[in-house]
Write a protein that binds this ligand. Structure first.
Ligand SMILES: Cc1cc2nc3c(=O)[nH]c(=O)nc-3n(C[C@H](O)[C@H](O)[C@H](O)COP(=O)(O)O)c2cc1C
Length: 194
């Protein structure tokens, strides 16, 4: 079994190992089943995320490989994502409740949901689970298949599971798995540092 090369980020300042080492793999172990306690911990970390006024607008659809629900989410993925994400043990839809019960907009719904997913991915990494978020899927198809209310908007699908072997994937996926993780210099994102 050939694992992906080490993709630990080179950082300009020290950060937690789990953050430096996390990366979005496209190589999952197609024979693995999910470690349920690790998945529960990742969902618990999401539950504890901060949110505007503690509104907790995130909603998750959690599906295990082999179920009809997993197949439904898999079918909604764009073609390139389909080429690798079906090997994940779990596909999770992250959705946001975008309005309150009286119909007022929840302006931080997407922001808060992204933060909950960040918690999820970091806890998952600490538990030995890889994750890969995807925006490339058919939101309308997911919304309809799971009869989501009008004010619940699917945002991403997250592939979750143990990493697999590079021997079992396409040349394109294998090549992408070795690309260094690059980021903008900090000076481009910190506009003022007085
Ligand atoms: C909102 C969002 C949507 C993404 N959509 C896709 C996608 O559809 N397909 C894909 O292969 N990767 C997708 N990615 C993964 C990013 O390309 C990846 O996180 C980024 O290149 C940084 O790589 P790293 O997570 O390994 O550090 C997405 C990531 C995020 C956060």
């Amino acid at each position: 079994m050939t694992l992906a090369p080490d993709r630990t980020a080179t950082t300009d300042a020290p950060i937690l190992d789990v953050l430096a080492e996390r990366f979005s793999t496209r190589v999952f172990d197609a024979s693995a089943t999910i470690d349920e306690s690790a998945l529960a911990s990742a969902l618990e970390a999401a539950r504890l995320a901060p949110s505007a006024n503690n509104t907790q607008p995130w909603r998750f659809i959690v599906t295990r490989r082999g179920t009809d629900e997993f197949a439904t989410i898999y079918a909604s993925l764009r073609d390139f994502n389909k080429s690798w994400a079906g090997d994940a043990s779990v596909l999770v839809v992250a959705a946001a409740t975008t309005t309150t019960e009286d119909g007022s907009p929840m302006h931080f719904a997407q922001y808060d949901t992204g933060q909950a997913v960040a918690h999820f991915t970091v806890q998952a990494a600490a538990e030995g689970l890889s994750t890969h978020q995807m925006g490339g899927f058919d939101r309308a198809a997911v919304k309809s298949a799971f009869s989501l209310p009008e004010n619940v908007a699917p945002l991403t699908v997250i592939a979750v599971g143990p990493q697999g072997s590079l021997d079992d994937v396409s040349d394109e996926v294998r090549a992408r798995e070795s690309v260094p993780r690059t980021r903008l210099p900090i000076a481009e994102s910190v506009l003022v540092n007085a």
